[in-house]
Write a protein that binds this ligand. Sequence first.
Ligand code: PEP
Ligand code: MN
Length: 264
Amino acid sequence: IVAREWHRDDTVIDIGGVKLGGSSVQVIGGPCSVETQEQMQLAARYTHEAGCKLMRGGAFKPRTSPYTFQGLGVKGLEYFRNAAQQYKLPIVTELMDVRMLDTFMEWDVDVIQIGTRNMQNFDLLKEVGKVNKPVILKRGMSATISEWLMSAEYIAAGGNHNIIFCERGIRTFETAYRNVLDVTAIPVLKRETHLPVIVDPSHAGGKSWMVPALARAAVAAGADGLLVEMHPNPCEAWCDADQALTPQELKDLNQTLAAIAGAL
Ligand code: PEP
Ligand code: MN
């Protein structure tokens, strides 16, 4: 279902009136995690002022250590929903557990994010395949392109064809940055599938100063959008502080990307 041979034209996904795929480049901005109502209110304002039409934020966080902040859970969905509403920003947030799917529907999450660590959680994929919400499917940190496509197929087989691929960097021998952004995956996926392909330069580089260069490369290589971490005050972020852009940096990045997208 996800293969280009089944659908020649690029699929454009409608997210509350915002189009992802086709000729535009959508930048999804926002913090790694939902922290407080005030932080989310500021983040929503800055995301909007930077020119983004979609917002990200995690209420359920897949942390390496069980002793670090795990996300606010349902309270986080409430804070996120309230803050984004003011600027009419559709919300993107990660689902880790099938038992939370009904709660996501109740809080009217606009885009369900399936994180790297769950790319092959087949039961989770089957469940999001049954709902009528766009899904961002992040690439597993050691997943091949064909494994990634098959995971999307699990979602599509259930009837939900609104799938967005997100390249977020893969594991290699290199330790100088968090992950290696696989730019090659962008043209390969665009050829293999009709679905939109976005890139997360934040989790790829792991440092905020790397984000603009990776983001520019992604857009130049044909990405349909980006997922970028921005925090009202990066030094104070509860999670992934090193890679968060400031509001001004996100605004500047959006302007540069618009120029690159316009030149393609
Ligand atoms: C995230 O986007 O918040 C995240 C946890 O990313 P990943 O699943 O790519 O590590
Ligand atoms: Mn993060």
